[in-house]
Design a protein around this ligand. Structure first.
Ligand SMILES: Cc1ncc(COP(=O)(O)O)c(C=O)c1O
Length: 427
């Protein structure tokens, strides 16, 4: 039998350390919210492949749609020969995205590619170059998306990065940044650094993903919408992590009532197959001339077939409602835990729908982040049979992205393991 250690050794020799792997074992198989390693150990998967598996590992309907597509053809390049599932998925996303206006959708392969293209489209439409993003944001690892990302270590060491990208603090009450502070910083930016008439887009994650699951308030998003309208700036909602039913809405920005000009999405869009999209106002999307957008693999037949099946599963299995119920169950349990003296290290339990975070602190009065404890907890969780990821600008946040298709029994088992792992890490 191949051992985890043997694969790890070969990996260390053959693969650069830059692609860090959180878990020290290799996957052998996975089903819905469970995963087994090559030595047969079972894990509950609370990472969902970093928000890719809202419909679970290998959902039977997604598998069947992909198998059916593979019987027909696997690649033509959409720029060479088109195909119906691409068009169908675009039609359906146009209907699902918020905003009472005509929309169009284009597909790509990765989240970063979607962000790159959202900026490119915004620049074409407005004829401007500036991009405003937020501290703590994560938008990807390509050159432009590294520039847009608001966390230096480990994402943007090196450089140089493309210019004309500016950052404003993301509101974060827990760590002393109010909505008013952020809006004031934007005003200052427009006075001191860049004329708003030169800004093409403001890009925001309605719930920051890698940044720590901090939720942008309705008030803040509505203010950004107003500012964008006033200065004719495109508002881009990056829903690569928060989209596709995770928060109880198809897109997290819907909670605020704001309709962005463009939405980027990826991850759970195709239930485990590589696919991303930019959805936006039709006239904005059409501003780029033919040939200006695309990619050899962008919107692959396999990806879009999977995407259509994912949208069917979300509707048939009522996963928006399920995200709310599951989120409440997780919040109740973890908030209860936070009330116990033993668990005073839990500074905050927060989230939107089933996108939930537990922030670990050294002291509840100061909310001083405890990154070491967080590291211990994720390591203990792995020993205990739970795949659990951390995130956060201070690396002190446990994040829960369990498939929305998981049973209550599995969710409870995972929560038991979180409790046990925190408890053991405190000893
Ligand atoms: C909000 C957000 N945007 C963009 C990206 C980049 O996506 P990808 O890794 O597919 O390029 C991520 C990835 O985690 C993300 O969470």
């Amino acid at each position: 039998m191949t051992s985890n250690q043997a694969i790890q050794q070969r990996r260390n020799n053959a693969v650069p350390r830059g692609v860090a792997t959180a878990m020290p074992f290799a996957a052998a198989k996975a089903e819905n919210a469970e995963l087994w390693d090559v030595e047969g150990k079972r894990y509950i998967d609370f990472a969902g492949g970093i928000a890719v598996l809202n419909t679970g590992h290998r959902h039977p309907k997604v598998m069947a749609a992909v198998a059916k597509q593979m019987e027909k053809f696997t690649h033509t390049a959409f720029q060479v020969v088109g195909y119906e599932p691409y068009v169908e998925l675009a039609e359906r996303l146009n209907k699902l995205a918020p905003g009472n206006f005509a929309k169009k959708t284009i597909f790509f392969t990765t989240g970063a590619e979607a962000l790159e293209n959202a900026v490119k489209i915004s620049r074409h439409y407005t004829g401007r170059s500036g991009v405003v993003a937020f501290s703590g944001a994560f938008h990807g690892r390509t050159s432009l998306t590294m520039a847009m990302t608001g966390k230096v270590q480990p994402y943007k060491v090196g450089g140089p990065f493309p210019g004309e990208v500016f950052h404003v603090p993301f509101p974060n009450d827990l760590h002393g940044v109010t909505v008013a502070d952020s809006l004031r910083a934007l005003t200052t930016l427009f006075k001191a650094d860049v004329d708003p008439a030169r800004v093409a887009c403001i890009v925001i994650e309605p719930v920051q993903g890698e940044g720590g699951f901090y939720v942008a308030s309705k008030e803040f998003l509505q203010s950004l919408r107003k500012i964008c309208d006033e200065h004719k700036i495109m508002l881009v909602s990056d829903e690569v992590q928060s989209g596709i039913a995770r928060t109880g809405k198809m897109f997290a920005i819907e909670h605020s009532g704001v309709a962005p000009d463009l939405i980027t999405t990826a991850k759970s869009l195709a239930g485990g197959f590589p696919l991303s999209a930019v959805i936006g106002r039709a006239e904005v999307m059409d501003s780029v001339p033919p040939g200006g957008l695309g990619g050899t693999y962008a919107g692959s037949p396999i990806g879009v077939a999977a995407g259509v099946a994912v949208l069917d599963v979300i509707a048939e299995e009522k996963l928006l409602e399920r995200a709310d119920q599951m989120g409440k169950r997780i919040m109740d349990r973890l908030s209860g835990l936070a009330k116990k003296n033993r668990f005073s290290c839990i500074g905050e339990v927060r989230g939107l729908g089933a996108m939930i975070a537990v922030e670990l602190v050294k002291d509840r009065q100061t909310n001083e982040p405890d990154a070491d404890l967080t590291k211990k907890v994720t390591a203990k969780a792995q020993e205990n049979g739970l795949v659990l990821l951390s995130c956060g600008i201070y690396s002190n946040v446990l994040r829960i992205l369990v498939p929305l298709t998981a049973s209550d029994k599995i969710v409870d088992e995972g929560l038991d393991l979180i409790e046990k792992s925190i408890d053991q890490s405190l000893n």
